[in-house]
Design a protein around this ligand. Structure first.
Ligand code: PLP
Length: 407
């Protein structure tokens, strides 16, 4: 791996080393506030290992160590040398993680999914793409809030669907405009990113009802990606789209995973709930084993996360909440002119850098300054002049990152 530290001498700051902030250390049970940036730089995964940056705040992985309960559960698999076929009741049986999905949704969000409609998946994008494949055809319109998480845009392009964009009018999405356009350019599916990446927007009940109403009027099936649903900030709550009612559920596919909230993206497990009967039929008609079976480690980690991980998750939400507010002050101090609204959900923050006049892709300038962010234009034309920063790190690393962004 490239030795990133050798580029650092000029930029080492007081934030650039391990800190033990005495105020928070007593409450830092999970080691979320005392990250050592050198240890982060030694990581081999995509976030820190794939880029020659001094600070990596791009892809949606956390810098935090995962919940101890997850490590213990995985360690038990290692200690037992248990890498054979799992004892889950046969090759086509639902995994223990899929069996936990309904109780987890009920307990956390008051939604009662149908256990017969729950399917193991390898990842969320697999569930989303297979839904687009089964529920629409090339040339069909796909509704998407813009800017958008780029794999959705890529899906529409690669699968030769037509983007029907929901755009913002000021701070709110313009559904009147969407309705006018849907009358002229029909669509078959709506990919709903709920909560929204990159805007960190939580769709509250009235907005979800509006979406459901439009979906019904224009006969759209909604593919609701709820991977960020456990990452909702204080003062907001997540309402699963399918929980709006039986009629809504019947035209919805929900895809989610513990991977974002519990930092398990490399383990590969997700779950799909086919409220939509055509999607359920499509999955049931696939040849047995067409989708494969999930990985023991991923399922073990998810079960630990969903049964024993919530104290850790609460601690993570506390740090991200603190960071999203701290970012306002850090930007005022180091990069005045950047327009930023703290996200209501996710650990991702959307920075409007247009006033800095750094061109279409400000992330290029930040990269030259040693900081890797996600380029705004990746999220569609609405992302020009913007960049996305990842807040799932310690307050000190975030402060050092923003300081470095200023050059
Ligand atoms: C909204 C959203 N959906 C899906 C994913 C990717 O999920 P997976 O790795 O399970 O495909 C991400 C990753 O950041 C995401 O933000």
């Amino acid at each position: 791996m490239t030795d990133i530290t050798k580029h650092d001498t000029k930029h080492d700051t007081k934030h650039d080393t391990k800190h033990d902030t005495s105020d928070s250390s007593t409450t830092d049970e999970f080691g979320l506030r005392t990250l050592d940036v050198e240890q982060l730089r030694a990581k081999r995964g995509a976030k820190w290992g794939a880029r020659e940056a001094r600070f990596s705040a791009w892809v949606a992985d956390m810098d935090f160590p995962v919940a101890p309960a997850i490590v213990e559960a995985l360690q038990a698999v290692l200690d037992g040398n248990e890498f054979g076929y799992p004892n889950w009741g046969g090759p086509f049986a639902s995994s223990p993680a899929a069996l936990l999905f309904c109780p987890r949704m009920s307990e956390r969000f008051g939604w009662e999914p149908n256990p017969a409609r729950v399917h193991d998946m390898i990842d969320v994008i697999q569930g989303m793409r297979s839904s687009v494949h089964h529920l629409s055809a090339p040339g069909d319109g796909v509704v998407l809030h813009m800017p958008s998480y780029h794999p959705f845009i890529d899906t529409i392009d690669e699968m030769e669907r037509r983007l029907v964009a929901v755009v913002r009018d000021g701070d709110a999405f313009d559904y009147d405009d969407l309705e006018r356009r849907l009358a002229d350019e029909p669509a078959t599916v709506w990919i709903l990113c709920h909560p929204h990446n990159p805007l960190g927007h939580v769709f509250e009940r009235a907005e979800l009802e509006r979406i459901a109403e439009i979906a019904e009027r224009f006969d759209l099936t909604v593919i609701s990606d709820e991977i960020h649903s456990d990452l909702v900030m204080p003062g907001h709550s997540h309402i699963p789209f399918e929980s709006l009612g039986a009629d809504v559920s019947a035209r919805t596919v929900t895809v989610t995973s513990a991977s974002k909230a519990f930092n398990l993206a490399g383990l590969r497990w997700a779950v799909l709930h086919a409220g939509s009967a055509p999607m359920q039929q499509a999955l049931e008609s696939l040849p047995g084993h067409y989708l494969g079976a999930p990985n023991v480690m991923a399922v073990t980690a998810t079960v630990a996360a969903w049964t024993e991980g919530d104290a850790w998750l609460d601690a993570v939400l506390g740090v991200v909440d603190e960071n999203r507010h701290a970012l306002s002050e850090l930007l005022d101090r180091h990069l005045p002119g950047v327009v930023y609204e703290p996200p209501s959900a996710t650990y991702l923050a959307w920075l409007d850098c247009r006033a800095l006049e750094l061109g279409e892709d400000p992330a290029e300038t930040f990269r030259e300054r040693g900081v890797e962010l996600s380029p705004g234009p990746q999220f569609g034309p609405q992302g020009r002049g913007h960049a996305r920063i990842n807040l799932a790190t310690s307050p000190d690393v975030l402060a050092a990152t923003v300081e470095a962004m200023a050059g």
